[in-house]
Design a protein around this ligand. Structure first.
Ligand SMILES: NC(=O)c1ccc[n+]([C@@H]2O[C@H](COP(=O)([O-])OP(=O)(O)OC[C@H]3O[C@@H](n4cnc5c(N)ncnc54)[C@H](OP(=O)(O)O)[C@@H]3O)[C@@H](O)[C@H]2O)c1
Length: 250
């Protein structure tokens, strides 16, 4: 059974549906009830059991209650996809809005760390288990006007590296996936709903799709238990680094 955060859109939704296709039962988390329900319905069409939980992962109490409930029901969680996250704003550090920083750090770092801590006992109780941390190329190649987002994803890398050493000797594998540009609602969220500005990010090149990332995650999950894909930098062919892309001339 897999627990996927941020399953109402983008990478989380695509990964949930790929897992459903492979027969996994699902526990899905996001804030937007209507969009979450659409993923739940689509997953159930694959014939698997799927429950949606409307939850803001920044809410420590609600997150703790959810995991307690899953524990009491003896839900056999053997996959955690820590995907919920966002970039907010595109500013030099001096001009940045601290509310954007707070939202990114609370979601991308603290909530991911908390979810990991709470779910780990469930993962450890399984014969084999997988923990997938959705990082970003931003966590390994920081770029200007994204300092706080890059810092949040670098924190995911450091957290995961430390945890990996604690997990040694257990049957829990941990993957940190670091995607480059993926066409999801990500840029629209980053630009506070400015759709034309978000579309321009992907103009003249073919970005990754959410399904491409889901495919890479599911590939790592389906390796034999003695094989652990520790990290994966997954880029569109048209992107060399976090900031260097090849765009077709207009
Ligand atoms: N797209 C890219 O280019 C890219 C590249 C590298 C890494 N990533 C990472 O990939 C992950 C998924 O992003 P995406 O590209 O798929 O963007 P997306 O389409 O905007 O999806 C983000 C998901 O996270 C959920 N979420 C955000 N804040 C949440 C909160 N406080 N509580 C619960 N759920 C929350 C959203 O659901 P609700 O709004 O319904 O809560 C949504 O389902 C993020 O961690 C992002 O940093 C994206």
């Amino acid at each position: 059974m897999a627990l996927v955060t941020g399953a109402s859109s983008g990478i989380g939704r695509a990964t949930a549906l790929r897992l459903a296709e492979g027969g996994a039962a699902l526990q899905l988390v996001a804030r937007r009830a209507d969009r979450l329900e659409q993923t739940v319905a689509a997953a159930r069409r694959h014939g698997v059991s799927c429950e949606g939980h409307v939850l803001d992962v920044r809410d420590a109490r609600a997150t703790t209650e959810l995991v307690q409930q899953l524990t009491e029901r003896q839900c056999p969680i053997d996959i955690l996809i820590n995907n919920a996250g966002l970039a907010r704003g595109w500013d030099d550090v001096v001009d940045a809005d601290e509310r954007d920083w707070q939202e990114m750090l609370d979601t991308n770092v603290l909530a991911l760390m908390r979810m990991t801590r709470l779910v780990l006992p469930l993962l450890r109780a399984r014969p084999y288990a997988d923990l997938v941390q959705v990082g970003s190329v931003a966590g390994v190649q920081p770029y200007p006007r994204g300092a706080a987002y890059c810092a949040s994803k670098a924190a995911v890398e450091a957290f995961a590296q430390a945890l990996r050493q604690e997990l040694l000797g257990s049957a829990v594998r941990q993957l940190v996936i670091e995607p480059g540009m993926v066409a999801t609602e990500f840029s629209e969220v980053r630009f506070h709903g400015d759709a034309p500005r978000a579309r321009a990010v992907y103009e003249g090149l073919e970005p990754l799709s959410a399904e491409d990332v889901a495919d890479a995650i599911c590939w790592s999950l389906t390796r034999p238990p003695h094989v652990c894909v520790q990290s994966m930098l997954l880029m569109p062919t048209a992107q060399a680094t976090a900031t260097q892309v090849a765009r077709r001339p207009r």
